[in-house]
Design a protein around this ligand. Sequence first.
Ligand SMILES: Cc1cc2nc3c(=O)[nH]c(=O)nc-3n(C[C@H](O)[C@H](O)[C@H](O)COP(=O)(O)OP(=O)(O)OC[C@H]3O[C@@H](n4cnc5c(N)ncnc54)[C@H](O)[C@@H]3O)c2cc1C
Length: 443
Amino acid sequence: MASITRVLRPLARSATSTPLRLATRRSLLLTSVHRQARNAAAFSTTTRKQDADLASLTPTPISHLSETESLMAETVSKFAVEQIGPKVRDMDEAETMDPAVVEQLFEQGLMGIEIPEEYGGAGMNFTSAIVAIEELARVDPSVSVMVDVHNTLVNTAVLKYGDANAKKTWLPKLSTGTVGSFCLSEPVSGSDAFALQTKAEKTADGYKINGSKMWITNSMEAGFFIVFANLDPSKGYKGITAFIVERDTPGFSVAKKEKKLGIRASSTCVINFDDVVIPKSQILGEEGQGYKYAISLLNEGRIGIAAQMTGLALGAWENAAQYVWNDRRQFGQLIGSFQGMQHQLAQAYTEIAAARALVYNAARKKEAGQDFVQDAAMAKLYASQVAGRVAGSAVEWMGGMGFVREGIAEKMFRDSKIGAIYEGTSNIQLQTIAKLLQKQYTN
Ligand SMILES: Cc1cc2nc3c(=O)[nH]c(=O)nc-3n(C[C@H](O)[C@H](O)[C@H](O)COP(=O)(O)OP(=O)(O)OC[C@H]3O[C@@H](n4cnc5c(N)ncnc54)[C@H](O)[C@@H]3O)c2cc1C
């Protein structure tokens, strides 16, 4: 199978396709309309009136993908169904990612989607990464989160905050064979991430790191770790700095591997740093800026988790739809022909479409350079709620077959729970949304 992204590269390289151009133009105009509305301290009536001025533009459906993005979705879907699908159940039971799958992800170019071609990546846009994450989750949310964390948190961190030397050193590795992890959470700091206790101190030639990280995704497979540590605790969170640590550095160890409810093939481990000495060149960005980097990266990352949850919901729905509309008969008819079932399937599909619209909207706003923080939080909040509801209902629609560990129904249900926890719990998303709304609606 030829690499997915190699085939798509020429398309991505050609001028940005029409839907994206239109979306960008529309987004920029909306920014200006909203700015005017805010300046006039206007609320809904005035804003609606000004939005109407946009009628002269041809609006594109938010679900409209460019040619490259559509091809990305189709080819990743085919790859996921054919290559990953047969392994999903075994990887979940073994609580391990098959190394051959990791190798294939690199071969297919799915670990360097946004990395420019000069560094060995595919040079595609953020939405391409989002559709890839969604399509992978439709088949296996564990594989999806590996690709998600690697692309949206780790690669983006180096792309955004690495200097020329860091980009030249690390991006070719990250696109071709080295898995990355993002190490922020600690035993004492989850939602309150910046209460972290891991410390860094300066040495003659670099830095020394001591402490522990917890619940780190990809840590069994990763060779590259972005580590947040406090270089000057007297400054509180303003001492937090981002560093790059390689797996084979003395004093670095991946400790306990967690046994989990869901996404069991995705590794989640404790990591210890015991006098880990790194050279000066392995600071990422600037001293004391780590908290800003983490906030910004997680805002983007949340769109990825929202895409993972949307894909999961669709995968669970489709699996159940196959069963109720094709396989299972009761009372002499297919169980999907009962209106009580049909209405539930229709409701669930509508919710998936709504979640996807939020995800794509947040992705397009990010690409257009607009403020997308609230959109990302709404997408993650809602998509994880939908994933939980749909995957739970899908188990019921399939009755006993949904409950046993044969197909993927019960696995998707277990996997759905994580959406409300990592990269900011649902309460934290609600807090972000409410804070921004309050600011907007306070006179
Ligand atoms: C499978 C998995 C993978 C993960 N991967 C990574 C990773 O790769 N890198 C990484 O750095 N971290 C990772 N994490 C950590 C994850 O980001 C945290 O678990 C998450 O941020 C929540 O923190 P916590 O578990 O400490 O929960 P807590 O912060 O203790 O929250 C517990 C409950 O309290 C609520 N709560 C907390 N504060 C507030 C508040 N202010 N208002 C209202 N409610 C509140 C929460 O919403 C939640 O319901 C992972 C976790 C898991 C389970």
